[in-house]
Write a protein that binds this ligand. Structure first.
Ligand SMILES: Cc1cc2nc3c(=O)[nH]c(=O)nc-3n(C[C@H](O)[C@H](O)[C@H](O)COP(=O)(O)O)c2cc1C
Length: 729
């Protein structure tokens, strides 16, 4: 509920203030350059401001000029005077060196652009109405920052974890959160100081009373001996106005940072004093914090924050669009639908998968109803229930699925439901797809639900895994259904590949075969990319990891599945045949350019590695290969031997799982070569894993134990940093 509150407050505030915030940000960027320009234009020789006092300067000035009207020290600590001089070029207002009184520079005229932009920034040229609008906007910016940070705290499970790493789901989501955390404090300072400045324009601030002192001294003394002048160093002064005439009633008016004083021009006595109020001090501080005037480094920070605000507007719009565009349009209600899809999604990606299934079921004429898991209810006509849910926090339910388990206990369905659970999560979290597992376990104990298969757990939103899970589900229940190609929005352009070589081997357990395909045309790819193939008449593409041969061909290694339409289709290809398919870049499984690499594969997972062996020849590559028996490697024998003799496989280890005397799995190789693995990970090396999910889980378990034993960074960190790369199926 709380997450909901913060999310919608954040969104509402953003929408409400968007136009004004856009103007404020763009003008803010321009205005942030003003203090920098002032700093650059200000005379550089102004160091004496901190060491010289008024007693040293005032008599000196009086001697040097015919008439002195005022002396002021600007935010850059440069000293200006307004005088009538003996020479023409020493007349009027200009900068001086405080110790030599030498003229340093003329005062540049005020830049019209800055004046114009300042008015737009402050009041939109609408006087007080504009000031109120911009004032509200800046306060809303503070509320947005606060609600945004509350959302992050909620999602990271508390303030203590606020800086924990967040997984990159999409660029917009990732950078919105990352920059939000980094810039919260400067945004809060900028927005609160802006709000204070606005309030100051709306309410008259009363001044502290002026305290008058009775003059005691009658004797005339030289300004050089005035105690107040001796005590006041230049950098504390804002302005000193000189007496206009020799009339005793004409005083020096001295404006300091926190005081205004009137000083008797002959005796040097302070005749009245007015202290600034705390409101005035706060306003002055807010002025510096909001404008960066006199603090050019801070003004650069303010400029960057304003640029950042533009990015927040862009990324926030993108996130909201993604969330809204993934809403499902139901054609029938829950009371009549035969298929029910229940979704547990926080950021919309799981819902997208649910929509794909929803639309595919609709297309094949089924009555389907999709809703959030929290809206679980009695579905009187339902026969099939599919639950698709992500996991959040530390293995918990996404917000819109939190009430599901309790509702299942409260409600009783009229029919038993054939149920399948699909979990979406990320392997970098210790509790991978935990909520989907919890749902599965609970429903499995409830007689209202029939669960014929274990839940499918999908890592990194893999469409391939989703497609395979739905394939199996539809076969189990004989449902007629076609999922669209993954790239529905951007239809893939199919390329032609000629079959150059084909080899097959049956190791007594499975039939495996390799195909070498030559691209007919200019196609860019590298080992680790994927070749998408769909059998004729089938929209669902299956992906195969590519090995790139030295001759630039594609090497595929495929296991023949008993009911696999695509593997049967590929097996039917003969040398000389043309095959239509397309290459999909798979950056997350490209060979790292730096550091040594340990490649771990079982079965057909060897294909991409065979292509990688000849890349970056200075890199040490170690290879752990798992198969059932020696026949499992027969297909690759030639390539392995070739590479072995040229030293490309620096080290090659085999594990045979069906050997009578010495049966081992690849994960056993990891354990046996523990020292090498540790050395690799400690020395910027990477591990690449390709093959079955079961093998991957075994290897990861082994690696996790080793890292714990060695007190190294946790496994998740290595995966997060891209030092452990996986392509498993
Ligand atoms: C803060 C946070 C916590 C997460 N915790 C887990 C977790 O414990 N287990 C898991 O498998 N995935 C976890 N994930 C990954 C999400 O479940 C995964 O990215 C999923 O695809 C998001 O789906 P959605 O966009 O539908 O919400 C977490 C993601 C985030 C941002």
């Amino acid at each position: 509920m709380l997450t909901h509150f913060w999310r919608y407050s954040h969104l509402f505030l953003a929408v409400f203030s968007s136009i004004f915030l856009l103007i404020a940000s763009v003008t803010g960027i321009i205005l942030s350059t003003e203090p920098v320009a002032e700093h650059l234009n200000s005379p550089s020789d102004k160091l004496a401001a901190d060491t010289i006092n008024l007693a040293q300067l005032v008599p000196h000035l009086k001697e040097e000029y015919i008439e002195v009207f005022s002396l002021s020290v600007d935010r850059e600590k440069a000293v200006r005077i307004d005088v009538i001089g003996f020479e023409e070029n020493k007349d009027g207002e200009f900068y001086i060196h405080p110790s030599t009184l030498e003229k340093l520079a003329d005062i540049p005229p005020k830049n019209e652009l800055y004046t114009w932009v300042t008015t737009l920034h402050r009041s939109l040229f609408l006087h007080n109405t504009g000031r109120i609008l911009m004032g509200i906007t800046i306060f809303l910016l503070f509320l947005m920052a606060a609600s945004g940070i509350a959302l992050v705290i909620k999602r990271t499970n508390g303030l203590r974890h606020i800086f924990t790493w967040i997984k990159k789901q999409s660029n917009a989501q990732y950078y919105h959160t990352l920059l939000g955390r980094l810039t919260f404090i400067p945004i809060a300072i900028m927005s609160l100081s802006g709000t204070i400045l606005f309030l100051n324009t709306q309410f008259e601030t009363s001044l502290n009373p002026e305290i008058e002192y009775t003059a005691l001294q009658k004797e005339t003394i030289n300004p050089a001996s005035f105690p107040i002048f001796q005590e006041t160093i230049l950098s504390e002064v804002i302005k000193l106005e000189f007496p206009f005439s020799e009339d005793e009633e004409d005083y020096y008016h001295l404006e300091l940072l926190e005081q205004k004083l009137k000083i008797h021009q002959f005796t040097g006595e302070v005749v009245s004093e007015q202290n600034t109020t705390w409101i005035q001090n706060l306003t002055a501080l807010s002025m510096t914090l909001h404008t960066g005037k006199g603090q050019w480094v801070w003004s650069i920070v303010l400029g960057l924050i304003s640029i950042n605000l533009l990015y927040f507007m862009y990324s926030g719009t993108k996130i909201t669009w993604k969330r809204l565009s993934s809403k499902t349009r139901n054609k029938v209600g829950p009371e009549v639908a035969e298929f029910i899809i229940l979704v547990g999604s926080e950021n919309g990606s799981t819902r997208k998968f649910a929509n794909i299934l929803h639309n595919a079921l609709l297309k094949s004429g089924k009555s389907v109803f999709t809703t959030d898991m929290n809206y679980y209810q009695v579905f009187p006509k339902a026969k099939h229930l599919i639950i698709m849910t992500s996991t959040y926090g530390d293995g918990e339910a996404p917000f819109k699925a939190r009430n599901f388990l309790s509702k299942v206990n409260e409600l009783k369905q009229l029919n038993t439901l054939e149920t399948h659970v699909i979990g979406f999560g990320s392997m970098i979290y210790p509790k991978f797809c935990q909520f989907a597992i919890d749902v599965y376990e609970m429903l499995n104990q409830n007689k209202e639900f029939i669960l014929k298969a274990l839940p499918t757990l999908i890592d990194g939103r893999s469409y391939i895994s989703f497609g395979l899970s739905i394939e199996e589900w539809k076969k189990r229940h004989s449902i007629d259904l076609e999922l669209p190609n993954e790239d529905q929005k951007r239809p893939a352009i199919l390329s032609t590949f000629k079959v150059e070589q084909k080899q097959l081997v049956d190791d007594g357990y499975v039939l495996t075969f390799t195909l070498e395909l030559s691209p007919q045309g200019n196609i860019n790819f590298q080992s680790g990319d994927l070749l998408a193939v769909a059998p004729p008449g089938d929209d669902l593409a299956r992906y195969y990891s590519i090995g790139k041969t030295e001759g630039g061909n594609i090497l595929l290694s495929i296991k023949k599945h008993d009911l696999g339409e695509c593997s049967s289709y590929l097996l039917a290809q003969e040398v000389g045949d043309d095959l239509s398919a397309y290459v999909k870049e798979n950056k997350s499984f490209h060979l790292p350019k730096k550091g040594d690499v340990l490649m771990i594969a079982n079965g057909t997972g060897i294909a991409p590695f065979l292509g990688m062996t000849s890349m970056y020849s200075k890199q040490k590559k170690t290879f752990f290969l798992g198969g059932r028996n020696p026949l499992s490697f027969k297909l690759y024998h030639k390539i392995i031997q070739q590479n072995k003799s040229t030293d490309l496989f620096n080290t090659l280890h085999f594990a045979l799982s069906k050997e009578k005397d010495n049966n081992r799995y690849v994960q056993d190789l990891v354990n046996e070569n523990k020292e090498e693995v540790v050395h690799l990970l400690q020395n910027k090396g990477s591990i690449m894993i390709c093959g079955s999910i079961k093998m991957r889980d075994g290897v990861l378990e082994e690696l996790k134990n080793i890292l714990e034993e060695e007190k190294m960074e946790p496994l998740e960190k290595f995966i997060e940093k891209g030092r452990i790369l996986m392509d498993c199926y």
